[in-house]
Design a protein around this ligand. Sequence first.
Ligand SMILES: [Zn+2]
Ligand SMILES: [Zn+2]
Length: 284
Amino acid sequence: MIERLKLTIVVENTTSHHKPGLWGQHGLSILIEADLGSESMCILMDTGASSDVLLHNMDVLGIDSDDIDLIFLSHGHYDHTGGLMGLLKRTKRRVPVLAHPGILSPKLRSGPFLRSIGIPFTRVDIENTGAVLLLPRNSVAVAPGIMTTGEVERRRSFESVEGFWTISDGIYREDRIDDDQALVISIKNRGIIVISGCAHSGIVNIVDQARRLTCSDSVYAVIGGFHLMGSDDERIRRTAEALLDLDPEIVRPGHCTGVRAIAQLQATLGDRCQPLFTGDVIEL
Ligand SMILES: [Zn+2]
Ligand SMILES: [Zn+2]
């Protein structure tokens, strides 16, 4: 279990006037500093869409790349992986990069025309920087009280994936984005914290999986991208109601959640729900 946790939103779509000098960009990157008691661990979850924004914001926030013990990539889309190479080139350590093996598969979007939205690097590019690429499909305990979800079971019927495409076994087909994962952190006396990238697996499916993995029903916080941009009102309403049922203290949606969904989540959850901005620091 984690004693104390500090999250810093290094890159997000929006900036706030409370944190001047930071750049916003469609993407996400969150620094997670966890106090493990005798030691501390520093995880960078996702890297935004480009290294110029990531490294600029890290410099403004005073984050040293050599302090990062682990890079966790929530999935293979460019807006979460684009900053990776620039960061790895700056890092002197042989830093482990943990993700699902599907991050390297082709990722395409069809509307209004076919675009590649996958990771803009190859496995060789990444490994040539000295980084250690770790690609398990299942959940990994990265520290006592911190684990990845692994591939997320999709049980909630309203949380479907639409509009994404891939090529597997030579066939162009719809992409379920099986590589989508989140981090789950158990905090002493509080419960679990779920940190999502884009939540393509569905934010409620992800929280369900986090509860199964930790055998805990007490959800303290849900933070990250909920991917409800462009979702219909029915899905947004059902998501907000499901989150209300889980009764978390803190809900911080950002990135691909979308303004309509954030408004609905705030209407349903009240003050517990506040949107994320670049530069936000959440201490728990
Ligand atoms: Zn995505
Ligand atoms: Zn995204």
